[in-house]
Design a protein around this ligand. Sequence first.
Ligand SMILES: O=C(O)CCC(=O)C(=O)O
Ligand SMILES: [Fe+2]
Length: 290
Amino acid sequence: MTITQRPLHPSVGVELKDLGSAESLAGDATEIIRDAAHIHGCALVRGLALEAGDLARIAHILGEPLPPYRPQYSAPGHPEIVGIGNIREGGEVVTYLNRGGVEWHSDSPGSSHPPGYTLLYCLENAIPDGGGETGFASTVSGYAALPDGLKARIEKLDLIQSFNTFNDQVAAYDGSTVASQDGELRERNRDTVDPIVQTHPATGARHLYVSHAMVKEIPGMALAEGMKLVMEVVERATAPELIYKHAWRPGDLIAFDNRSCLHTPFPYAYDDFPRTRRRLWQIIIGGRCG
Ligand SMILES: O=C(O)CCC(=O)C(=O)O
Ligand SMILES: [Fe+2]
């Protein structure tokens, strides 16, 4: 297989061309995607026509798809696939929509598995007034870009990150259709203690690991003071010149490594449905524990 690689941005992302069809993707080609995501943060493949089952197969090769963390938006027959966007049926949004605006993050904090990968696959993207791109920032380049003094201040910093704290906020926004999670779902998303600087298990690269909207506590620091430090790190790592903004076309697949990049969707006129339509499928894949 001769694969052509095209950088998406000097510091993050690569497009893989000539990877083949959905069938070859569920084989060797997935390993090429995995390696590219480790090194470049995210890997784009365009022009696919994937069924839910194809996406699930690719996810199972990459690792262990997390159990449905937002079950009300799962694709029929494929609970691990979460629908994201502004699609309405009978007046009600039927895809996951964060009305407060998503910020830079990794998908994994608080999940039952160590961080791994996420797949995003575009089904629909008609946004006449613009926006709705997904941004990516390399956590390796982001760490490298920090001044030495700041690197020293965060070298030993741990963060307590909480998916539940974050989701409670999303559920509380005016008009939110996102449920706050209780019982078994809440239990499953335990708070995690994550060093803000980590070493990537496959590449050995030093990288940041931080999702500021999920930070609940910073051991050894007052939260307000610690958050100032965290936000300085995030703002430098996601400076405009360091990010790639992907404008989606139906049939685009992006696999990204939640350790080696951060991501965020950009705002769009989500209430302008049906003139504006955005629908992605998402699968979050946990790293294997050993
Ligand atoms: O909508 C997107 O582009 C990504 C959404 C996202 O990052 C998430 O829901 O975790
Ligand atoms: Fe995400």
